[in-house]
Design a protein around this ligand. Structure first.
Ligand code: CA
Length: 231
């Protein structure tokens, strides 16, 4: 038996059945909610480990649920959205969702996203107040302000280092362009995605052995970036 409990928020019965059948077959415990109101009630009563959240619900916008849950909990939220809800998806990530799945999705994709989130939970639990971040061959010494790859110091510009730390501190989580630009440059650089892309390219050149098939930093086209947990 898997020790994780998943709250499935989805009003569409066939999709909900697909999700719960998959969870059951893979040993997850789950609870279900068909409306936003039910979702918030279930989240507060059962304190699930992960929420799978459909954005289009009959009584409430999924983004509103994310904001409500975030006011008292950091529990991972994976958003499930239809392709027509693309801008909602970005708003959801900016509001604190951890990851997203676009409908239609495969069962394998759903399970992969759950594993990413579980690894992130396990990492956060193990991290404590560590001042050193380790991911595969990458090591960041926050106290010293240095990053190393295979033991060799990476010569990063201050912006590249800030970008790397931001991604590392959110390993496994998709960060939107707006979120990143606001964190790195403040509001004045909001939506300057072209500049972000340039800095990301130079960072990758130093970090990735094959920048065209990156191992550490994954691009989510039109959305943002995510650092993957390696190994
Ligand atoms: Ca729906």
């Amino acid at each position: 038996m898997n020790k994780y409990t998943i709250l499935v928020v989805e009003d569409d019965k066939p999709v909900r059945t697909l999700i719960t059948t998959t969870l059951k077959a893979n040993g997850y415990r789950f609870i279900e909610a068909l409306t936003g109101e039910e979702a918030i009630l279930q989240a507060t009563s059962y304190n699930p480990d992960i929420i799978l959240l459909d954005l289009g619900l009959p009584d409430m916008d999924g983004v509103e649920i994310i904001r409500k849950v975030r006011s008292w909990s950091n529990m991972p939220i994976i958003v499930i959205s239809a392709r027509s809800e693309d801008s909602d998806k970005i708003e959801a990530l900016d509001s604190g969702a951890d990851d997203y799945l676009t409908k239609p999705f495969s069962v394998e994709e759903l399970l992969a996203r759950l594993r990413v989130t579980q690894r992130r939970l396990a990492m956060l639990g193990a991290e404590h107040a560590d001042t050193v971040f380790v991911n595969g061959s990458l090591r960041i010494d926050y106290a010293a302000g240095c990053a190393y790859l295979d033991g060799n110091e990476l010569h990063l510009t201050p912006i590249e280092y800030k970008l790397l730390c931001l991604l590392a501190q959110n390993v496994g989580k998709v960060l939107t362009h707006t979120y990143i630009t606001q964190k790195i440059w403040g509001n004045s650089w909001e939506n300057d995605i072209a500049s972000l892309r340039v800095f990301m390219a130079t960072l990758r050149k130093k970090l990735e052995s094959a920048p065209d098939s990156p191992q550490y930093i994954q691009t989510h086209i039109g959305v943002g970036y995510r650092m993957l947990k390696v190994g």
